[in-house]
Design a protein. Structure first.
Length: 81
């Protein structure tokens, strides 16, 4: 299914809904990642800055490098970045 990257708003593939998160495959964000649906509803997610997006993209790349194929961005992860 065609959709947009939850981080950058650029073209991405969104997988069918499974669990309590949405899964995306975004070239702009560095590949596959998941976002907790509870975070997607929060104002802080909708008010993220370009710097936040860059930090998330870097974090996704680091997770992929360590072997995580679909890192999960939770509210905790977002807050820590």
């Amino acid at each position: 299914m065609k959709d947009v990257c939850a981080i950058w708003g650029t073209p991405a593939e969104q997988s069918p809904v499974l669990g309590d998160y949405d899964t995306y495959d975004s070239p702009r964000a560095g590949g596959r990642y998941r976002v907790a649906r509870s975070l997607l509803k929060e104002a802080r997610w909708h008010n993220k800055t370009a710097e936040d997006c860059e930090k998330l993209t870097k974090w996704i790349a680091e997770q992929h490098s360590s072997g995580e194929t679909e890192p999960l961005i939770s509210g905790y992860v977002f807050e820590q970045l």
